[in-house]
Design a protein around this ligand. Structure first.
Ligand code: SF4
Length: 368
């Protein structure tokens, strides 16, 4: 039996954040039906992909909108369908729906990830978050009462004067892990409109890179080491579930728009709530749709994901998996970026000071 991660997508939110283009609904009246479908998809998928589940991740959307009854249904379905030996079970929590934090451990949840984003009250409002900075800190403090493993999400690049250092200083005492993402502006998002109408002024690319350096330095000084481009952890508190994605381990995704990677093949569920609620992934229609992946795609993905991590590429493992000679195959590309990387016969990684240009480094290695 193969080991795998299990991702449960909860695409429901109280209100759309202005920067968001994720698949998500604000119609919470659908939640009961949704949870029933999730439970039956879990059962059905377990027949197709019998796996030992090592990590569980409830992401969204806003999984903290689920009631305790919903969680009970979902976890009962997981445990009655799969063999579960969980090393990490995470739920994403929004500060404005964090009242159930202390109840989560009874479902086996041992890690929470809280969407703080920023502690600047003006920026929080501008990006459409419903909580105040104080409510964000309060959620982190209460999470610490029930969990040893608390992660906080931040977004940088929101404004040229964003005080990333003071945000990290303020959250650090209450968490063991920080994820810091650069603002992206999806074309159809509210924030794209606000920028066009001169109501919102994000930081420039250079300013955002400077803020990333502040984020990295402040995290390092406070004992959070960068183990992946956007992720910083106290030693031993690295996210296992996401770590397995970057290491190309198998995972099973449940819910509309969820992706799976199992038996070397990638699958995905359609982005269609109506179809999902009519049972299309739990037996009435087509299940997951297969994405055909070639070995070359697999190789490219392995390089891209590995080079996001501080450990980089394990060359021996790469050569064994793909029956290849990595250093020979990418010799020209590696030569072109030699000053940005450390390379030995066993490992290649991007030097920490060049993490902010990692996309260019990866592209060079792949395309030379
Ligand atoms: S909570 Fe997350 S998924 Fe929901 S609207 Fe905001 S950013 Fe999007």
């Amino acid at each position: 039996m193969q080991n795998a991660g299990l991702y449960i997508h909860i695409p429901f939110c109280e209100k759309r954040c202005n920067y968001c283009d994720f698949f998500s609904s604000t119609n919470k009246d659908l939640l009961d039906r949704y949870v029933d479908e999730v439970s039956s998809e879990i059962k059905r998928v377990s027949e197709r992909f019998p796996a030992k589940i090592e990590t569980i991740y409830l992401g969204g959307g806003t999984p903290s909108l689920l009631s305790l009854g919903h969680l009970d249904k979902i976890f009962s379905a997981i445990h009655s369908s799969f063999t579960v030996e969980s090393k990490e079970t995470t739920i994403e929590v929004n500060p404005n729906s964090s009242e159930k934090l202390s109840e989560y451990p009874k479902f086996g949840i041992d890690r929470v990830s809280i969407g703080i984003q920023t502690l600047d009250p003006v920026l929080l409002k501008k990006i459409g978050r419903l909580h105040t900075p104080e409510e964000g800190i309060d959620a982190l403090v209460r999470a610490g009462d029930s969990f040893d493993n608390v992660s906080a999400d931040l977004i940088i690049g929101l404004d040229k004067n964003q005080d990333v250092e003071s945000d990290v200083n303020a959250i650090a005492p209450y968490c063991t892990h920080v994820s810091g993402y650069m603002l992206s502006v999806p074309k159809k998002s509210q924030i794209a409109k606000m920028i066009k109408e001169k109501e919102f002024f994000p930081a420039s690319d250079d300013q955002t890179v400077d803020q990333y350096d502040v984020l990295t330095d402040t995290c390092r000084m406070l004992g959070f080491y960068r183990y992946e481009t956007s992720n910083f952890a106290k030693l031993g508190k690295e996210g296992i579930h996401n770590g397995n994605y970057w290491a190309m381990h198998p995972y099973i995704g449940i819910g509309p728009s969820a992706h799976s990677y199992f038996g070397g093949i990638r699958y995905y569920n359609e982005n269609d709530m109506k179809k999902y609620l009519s049972g299309c992934h739990s037996g009435n229609e087509k299940e997951k749709i297969e994405r055909k992946y070639s070995v070359e795609d697999e190789i490219t993905e392995t390089i891209m994901l590995s080079l996001r991590t501080a450990k980089g590429i394990d060359i021996k493992a790469f050569n064994k998996k793909f029956d290849a000679d990595f250093l020979h195959k990418y010799e020209k590309g590696i030569d072109a970026v030699r000053k940005y990387v450390s390379v030995t016969k066993n490992r290649l990684y991007i030097l920490p000071k060049y993490f902010s240009v990692q996309n260019q480094v990866i592209l060079s290695i792949l395309t030379h």
